[in-house]
Design a protein around this ligand. Structure first.
Ligand SMILES: [Zn+2]
Length: 330
């Protein structure tokens, strides 16, 4: 049993309370590789932002759960080495789908877990989430639940269509499970292809997707004032990165994300955590494709993973400063 506190990690409780109070949101960036970890830490330290480093089931399969945990421990030490005296770094399990995987993460040093029972019938979601909360809270680990189904693909989480969270269920779910925060469905979705062009409106040459269901969010805030809300699937799919990928041989068709203006608006509400994964994949891929196209003889991984790291770091900083507003909060 490893307690996250011994690794220098923190849970989400205090940072979420401050975020909602201060009208900003905490960035939750997924990571699988050392370069992403370095970029997350560099961006968080340079902007003085708390940060959530999250690990999906796919990341655990790809990188090995033990390695990821040591990388998070390394992230804390790296942040200190970069001059941050009091790093606020959370190691979070993204989309845990069973009690066992959540327990495994809690026992190995995670400071926060998500139990995603949103695919289950309501009562089973309640029971599973409650079981995880009861275990996690013994170790002061915070728990994110999920109500409502997001469309899209995130590793092994696949849903064809979304179902908005029902505000009337939120109050009941939270009181029965004791979860610390709740992921809701208000129109965000997983992956880089969140909307088809047919679903969008052409405004000044740009495809603008339908707005998020801010009315559902407002209704939830009314029912549970101050409760902590999480948005998944909130990449914006920067069109300059998509253009770079396609310019250098990629074939990303109609990749459309959530407009940053809407995420800015959400950050000022009860939304305390915003998940960004696809934008990191796009930023890294764009940089790698550019190096390969311009230097076809290059074969040193540092020469393409280095620029990938720099580009994704720039994206993280942009999100922290210009979208979520979590800079200068340490
Ligand atoms: Zn998600």
């Amino acid at each position: 049993m490893v307690n996250y506190k011994d690794l220098g990690l923190v849970n989400t409780r205090e940072m979420f309370a401050k975020a909602v109070e201060g009208g900003y949101a905490i960035p939750a960036f997924n990571f699988n590789t050392m370069e992403q970890m370095q970029a997350i830490v560099q961006a968080a330290v340079e902007t003085k932002s708390p940060v959530i480093m999250q690990v999906s089931k796919g990341a655990r399969n790809y990188a090995n759960a033990t390695i990821l945990r040591y990388m998070a421990q390394g992230a804390v030490e790296y942040a200190k080495e970069l001059g941050c005296e009091n790093p606020q770094i959370v190691l979070h399990l993204d989309h845990g789908d069973s009690f066992e995987i959540c327990k495994d993460c809690i026992d190995s040093g995670f400071s926060s877990v998500m139990i995603d029972g949103s695919h289950l019938p309501y009562d089973e979601n309640v029971a599973l989430t409650k079981k995880v909360v009861e275990y996690a809270h013994q170790f002061d680990v915070t728990v994110e639940g999920e109500l409502g189904v997001l469309a899209g693909v995130e590793d092994e989480v696949v849903a064809a269509e979304s179902h908005y969270t029902k505000p009337e269920e939120v109050e009941d779910f939270v009181s029965k499970t004791g979860c610390d925060s709740l992921a809701i469905s208000i129109g965000t979705s997983h992956g880089a292809h969140k909307f088809t062009p047919e679903q969008c409106t052409l405004v000044n040459g740009v495809l603008v997707p339908p707005p998020l269901a801010f009315d559902v969010l407002a209704e939830i805030e009314k029912k549970l004032p101050g409760f902590l809300i999480v948005l998944h699937g909130s990449s914006s799919v920067p069109q300059d990165e998509v253009a770079t990928i396609n310019q250098y041989g990629g074939q990303l068709k109609a990749a459309i994300g959530i407009p940053e203006e809407q995420l800015r608006q959400a950050s000022k509400s009860a939304v305390c955590k915003i998940n960004i994964d696809s934008d990191s994949r796009l930023a890294m891929t764009a940089a790698v494709r550019k190096v390969f196209a311009e230097n076809p003889a290059e074969f040193d991984p540092r020469k393409y993973l280095g620029p990938a790291r720099d580009n994704v770091k720039k994206m993280y900083e942009h999100k922290i400063i210009n979208v979520l507003g979590s800079d200068n909060k340490l």
